[in-house]
Ligand binder design. Structure first.
Ligand code: NAI
Length: 399
């Protein structure tokens, strides 16, 4: 019999994953999208046609797949019928809505996958699922497997160059008995690339979440901004200078230190997979980076970043930075603040992360950090472990 997959979401990644999986003989796909009238609009597009998925490889070669889900709905009960694997393929702020929608219909021995999970995915999922969390397996991938985009809503999407490899971690609930293997099944659905690599524990993957990249770059660029509009939109990654690269590198050092400390504090926990962001770039963008001499040059010469600019708002006088873009709205409460929360539990000082969070929270009109403590009034709206009552190292690893 076919394995039934639920894809939650209706954006770029959801279009690509659902079509990719639906094109496989041994899978059938249902889609749940809770966003506005997205389900209705998408279903209508597919009454008389398949979705076309164009897969463009790094060498420029191209392949088209045609397939479609057997169901696209806003109704979580229908969407959940008979599913064995659930993928959440939406920005992190939308995860809670999906956890709440699937919980009443969740059957034991289901695999729930964050693609990507983003920091705090497991804390939030376990909290919302309550007792049911122990009956299923919760997995998280460190990023989306590809750069991808919708070309025509509901009808045509494109995958641009898959990454070489991608980390995954999972928490198998105490009474969960999955009838299929986690890593192999996900690999089977995604195809040959990227190669899915198992990360030993979920805290490691939280410390590796790629939401750590954007805030240091933003702070380095705009922390001392004089308020004058710019005539051009500055390059985001390829425009980074020494100071920005240094901030990014130091945040990465603080995350590695957090991992090492947890390793010392908890027997059986290994954090060697929490690697420096420079080493990560050299591995994951192996073929796209031309100058690997230092982090700054690696980012400046990464062709995957061609043309990507800072989020800006166009005004009559020129461009001003948009501090309400997902690089802050998501990557602070569902990124850096979560990592800070883990570091605080580990007892590791993180002066650079603190400085960046303190700056970003002003832009977001929130209070997460006070001095070096995560004790601001808005911590409860983030996915920091503290929001879910986790305060000790033992509690972090009691899964
Ligand atoms: P997207 O921007 O296409 O997601 C939009 C979708 O999210 C909407 O279609 C809707 O289904 C849902 N959504 C939006 N606003 C909502 C709301 N207020 N309430 C409920 N649902 C809402 O996202 P995309 O591009 O598919 O990315 C998914 C995740 O993967 C994100 O976390 C993104 O940062 C990450 N990612 C994306 C990459 C890409 O190339 N697209 C590359 C690497 C990571």
């Amino acid at each position: 019999s076919k394995r039934r997959i639920l894809v939650c979401g209706g954006g770029n990644g959801a279009h690509c994953l659902s079509t990719l999986a639906a094109s496989q003989k041994n899978s059938e796909v249902q889609v749940l999208t809770l966003f506005q009238d997205e389900a209705e609009r998408w279903a209508k597009q597919l009454e008389d046609s398949d979705v076309k998925l164009t897969i463009t490889d790094l060498d420029g070669s191209q392949q088209d797949l045609f397939a479609k889900p057997i169901l696209i709905t806003k109704d979580s009960e229908k969407a959940m019928s008979g599913v064995q694997i659930i993928f959440l393929v939406v920005p992190a702020f939308a995860h809670a809505g999906y956890f709440m929608a699937i919980e009443p219909h969740l059957q034991p021995n289901t695999l729930i996958v964050g693609l990507p999970g983003q920091a705090g995915f497991e804390f939030q999922c376990r909290s919302i699922l309550g007792d049911k969390a122990s009956t299923c397996t919760i997995a998280s991938l460190e990023s989306l497997p590809w750069a991808c985009r919708i070309l025509e809503f509901g009808r045509h999407a494109q995958i641009l160059g898959a990454k070489e490899s991608l980390g995954i971690s999972y928490i198998k609930g105490k009474s969960c008995d999955l009838p299929f293997p986690v890593v192999e099944s996900i690999q089977d659905i995604l195809g040959k690339k990227p190669k899915i690599e198992e990360i030993q524990n979920y805290i490691a993957i939280n410390l590796m979440a790629k939401s750590m990249v954007h805030p240091p770059i933003l702070y380095g660029k705009w922390g001392d901004w004089d308020g004058k509009p710019l005539q051009k939109e500055p390059l985001f990654y390829q425009g980074i200078d020494e100071r920005q690269a240094d901030l990014l590198s130091k945040v990465s050092d603080e995350l590695i230190a957090t991992g090492k400390k947890l390793e010392q504090l908890k027997e059986g926990i290994y954090m060697s997979q929490v690697i420096h962001i420079f080493d990560w770039y050299k591995t994951y963008y192996k073929d796209q980076i031309t100058d690997k001499s230092c982090l700054m040059m690696a980012m400046r010469t990464n062709s995957a970043y061609d043309g990507l600019v800072h989020p800006m708002i166009k005004t009559e006088e020129g461009y001003i930075p948009n501090f309400n873009y997902r690089y802050t709205t998501e990557d602070i409460p569902y990124g850096l603040v979560v990592m800070k929360g883990i570091a605080e539990i580990a007892g590791v000082d993180t002066p650079v992360m603190d400085e960046i969070i303190a700056w970003a929270q002003q832009k977001l009109d929130k209070e997460y950090i006070v001095g070096s403590k995560l004790s601001g009034k808005d911590v409860g709206t983030t996915r920091a472990p503290q929001s879910y009552g986790l305060k000790t190292v033992d509690e972090l690893f009691d899964t």
